[in-house]
Design a protein around this ligand. Structure first.
Ligand code: SF4
Length: 377
């Protein structure tokens, strides 16, 4: 199968989710792979089985598994092999699951299993969710699409990790060859630095313990109240800084991100982007958007405005489950799949125009296709 068809299949798997029948699910329970989902759940229905985090198709295309009983895409098991089958497109592709890293079963000095502290995505992206809580939960103003509570409902992870747990786990993961880059994030912290001081301490300690000069990857938080903390995190040696605006249209931002609108403010986001680009440099600051919420025109306008400022736009494809459907409103519907093809096409053109590298790498980006926009041109 050619790569374009495989990329389209990845898009369909993220958009529709993936069905797995009970017999195949039982087989999957015994596969040597990783099942941990660190913070946000994208499953369309809750399920009691463990579900592998991702699968890999030919040519290394890695795709997150979003469980959905209604999807035309299904993982099947035949002749001792797993396949992803798309019944509408009549295609079937052999898939593999990445092996569970050895460090997952090791313990930190306080006896915590390391898989509860850092999770792996794709080949070598270490996901460090410093806290699985968000201040906007307390303030009853969570982003409407958000599933931050799902990791606490469904998963077996430490909700507030301490410095020692993170540094010890990182060292172990690095020794096993899993450090290519990090994705450090959390829910919103209540403090004026929005967690950047703690994350800086973590990065400084990691550098001290490993001898690394710089840490590849990104720290993602909401913008700090005082912009001096942008310098603090830069000095801690992280490569990229990310402030996720999520929705570009002003009215829709207010509607779907009430906490970010009220307690941070759209204007403050833009001031912080400006300052962050001054400090980190153009192309080293990022903003994620939740794709599927706003009209394509306004989303593309947002990509253009940010890219012009030196901020790399990225996207996560929205999935709806019972919880966020209720929050988004019962009449809210996802756009059709063509929306996403247009989106990735336009994103690719913007990356080319502003000479930007898409975020992450294609071997780790399980939830999006920023690297594959050229296949939609
Ligand atoms: S800031 Fe919004 S998206 Fe992020 S964890 Fe809080 S509610 Fe969720």
């Amino acid at each position: 199968m050619n790569k374009k068809d495989l990329i389209e299949l990845k898009l369909r798997c993220l958009y529709y989710g993936i069905y797995i029948n009970e017999e195949t699910m039982n087989k999957l329970q015994k596969v040597d792979t990783h099942f941990v989902q660190g913070i946000f759940s994208y499953h369309i229905q809750d399920i009691t089985y463990k579900i592998p985090h991702e699968f890999i198709m030919e040519t290394g295309i890695v795709t997150q598994i979003r469980y959905n009983t209604e999807s035309p895409c299904e993982i099947i098991y035949e002749e001792e092999k797993f396949f992803i089958k798309d019944k509408e497109k009549n295609i079937k592709v052999n898939i593999k699951f990445p092996r569970a890293p050895k460090f997952y079963e090791k313990l930190t000095s306080d006896g915590t299993k390391m898989y509860k502290v850092i999770q792996l995505a794709g080949k070598d992206c270490l996901k460090i969710y410093t806290s699985n809580y968000c201040e906007f939960e307390k303030l009853k103003s969570v982003c409407k699409f958000c599933t931050v509570d799902s990791s606490r409902r469904l998963q077996d992870v430490v909700y507030n990790k301490n410095l020692k747990q993170i540094v010890e786990t990182f060292k172990e993961a690095k020794e096993e060859g899993y450090y290519g880059h990090v994705m450090i994030t959390a829910g919103t912290y209540p403090t004026e630095d929005r967690g950047l001081v703690f994350i800086s301490e973590v990065l400084n300690e990691i550098r001290k313990e490993t001898g690394l000069d710089k840490i590849y990857g990104s720290v993602s938080t909401v913008p700090p109240k005082d912009m001096k903390y942008i310098e603090t995190i830069y000095n801690a040696g992280i490569e990229y800084l990310t402030f996720n605006l999520e929705v570009y249209d002003e009215k829709l931002f207010k509607k779907y991100c009430p906490g970010k609108d009220k307690y941070i403010g759209r204007e403050h986001y833009f001031k912080c982007y400006e300052r962050a680009v001054e400090i980190f440099g153009a192309g080293k600051v990022r903003s994620n958007f939740v794709a599927g919420i706003e009209p394509l025109d306004s989303l593309i306008e947002g990509f253009e405005v940010l890219a012009k400022m030196g901020v790399v736009p990225t996207v996560t494809m929205l999935s709806l489950n019972e919880k966020n459907q209720e929050n988004m409103g019962k009449d809210f519907k996802l756009p059709d799949i063509e929306y996403y093809k247009e989106l990735y096409k336009n994103l690719e053109l913007i990356y080319r125009k502003y000479n930007m590298k898409p975020a992450w790498c294609e071997k780790c980006r399980t939830t999006s296709l920023e690297h594959e926009g050229k296949y939609f041109l």
